[in-house]
Write a protein that binds this ligand. Structure first.
Ligand SMILES: NC(=O)c1ccc[n+]([C@@H]2O[C@H](COP(=O)([O-])OP(=O)(O)OC[C@H]3O[C@@H](n4cnc5c(N)ncnc54)[C@H](O)[C@@H]3O)[C@@H](O)[C@H]2O)c1
Length: 332
């Protein structure tokens, strides 16, 4: 049993991880500023602290008595990051610096960080962990910064660490009101609101989507299993699908005959992106147990029960030049 701090614990992946760690008998403190997460996601079994991780003093206080830190808090709006780099980099980078300093000063034993497949940029798929990092957008650059900082501090001060690179995770509790990220959630919410799903470019981009129930146990294993220590590990399915076909599937499962609307390509959008699973299978016990269709059915049932959500454009575009019309004109 360990005392574990989970940042972003009111968010999507963070709240699932908190529940899994509680189930495994750990004592969990969950931290979130609720900028993108929700109190409804917070388990009653954990201690919850509402705070902004950019506040170094507050971070130091909450890290004080922890054995392990799982740092998931972020604003993962990869597409928006090229238009709002100041705010998005601040959210994604400053908390890492604060957490590292406090982790060292309070003798934290292990630090897990959820990075992203965005660090690969647009190389030949599938991306494997031994490929060089070549991020092509500010979000990916921020994640790479955090990865390197964690490796450096872990080396210098001798605590354990593990870097996880998840990709395209979806499922219940995901924020479906954010027009800047989570394509499946955006489509589900748009269709519930009687709006068409939007597709950037020709829709021939490919991604591999991973259902949250497949991702959560390996993430918790990364906390508990020593064989993950010091490793960088991709996490997610390798069954890739085009955006066009993913959209068709969502429309079919929702019984909708609305036609998708095609928009101009987004700057910096990587055409094909998915990862290898060898390391996650070997070191974290990852298996793809849910097809996209199986996971989507569960997510759609949950979304329908919750009802349609009003889109929230919470971080303004700092640059509107080249920004997709759909965001400039708040069309979603
Ligand atoms: N979901 C994916 O497909 C995916 C893919 C790759 C990487 N990741 C990474 O995994 C992590 C979790 O992603 P998610 O999809 O669950 O995101 P999410 O937005 O649902 O959760 C992130 C949480 O962090 C909180 N947060 C943001 N800034 C904060 C701050 N300054 N202080 C305190 N809390 C703050 C938000 O309120 C939110 O609840 C992120 O680091 C993300 O970059 C996710």
């Amino acid at each position: 049993m360990a005392r574990i701090l989970v940042t972003g614990g009111a968010g999507f992946m963070g709240s699932w991880l908190v529940d899994e760690l509680l189930k495994r008998g750990h004592e969990v403190t969950s931290v979130d500023d609720l900028s993108g997460g929700f109190m409804r996601n917070v388990s009653k079994g954990c201690r919850f602290v509402k705070m902004d991780l950019r506040d170094a003093k507050k971070v130091d206080k909450v890290v004080n008595d922890q054995d392990v830190i799982c740092h998931l808090a972020a604003y993962a709006a990869e597409g928006q990051s090229v238009f709002s780099p100041r705010e998005i980099n601040d959210i994604n980078v400053t908390p890492m610096n604060n957490l590292l300093v406090s982790a060292v000063n309070h003798n934290v034993r292990k630090f897990l960080f959820t990075s992203s497949m965005a660090v690969y940029g647009s190389q030949q798929v599938p991306f494997s962990e031994d490929m060089p990092a070549m991020p092509e957008d500010p979000y990916g650059v921020g994640k790479l910064y955090c990865e390197r900082m964690l490796q450096i501090f872990s080396d210098v001060y001798g605590f354990e660490h593990v870097i996880i690179r998840p990709h395209n995770v979806f499922g219940e509790r995901q924020n479906i009101s954010d027009p800047y990220r989570n394509v499946l959630g955006i489509w589900v919410n748009s269709i519930m609101r009687g709006k068409p799903p939007y597709i950037y470019g020709d829709g021939k981009q490919t991604r591999a989507f991973s259902y949250i129930e497949d991702i959560t146990p390996p993430l918790a294993n990364a906390v508990e299993w020593d064989k993950a220590n010091g490793q960088v590990i991709n996490l997610g399915s390798h069954e890739s699908i085009s955006i066009n076909n993913a959209c068709k599937l969502v429309l079919k499962l929702m019984g909708s005959d609305v036609k998708p609307v095609y928009l101009e390509e987004r700057p910096c959008e990587v055409k094909h992106a998915h990862c290898t699973t060898d390391k996650s299978e070997g070191l974290l016990g990852y298996r793809t147990n849910h097809t996209l269709e199986q996971g989507l059915k569960k997510m759609i049932d949950w979304a329908r029960e919750m009802g349609e959500q009003k889109p929230s454009y919470r971080i303004p575009l700092e640059i509107t030049k080249k920004a997709p019309r759909v965001w400039r004109e708040k069309m979603i």
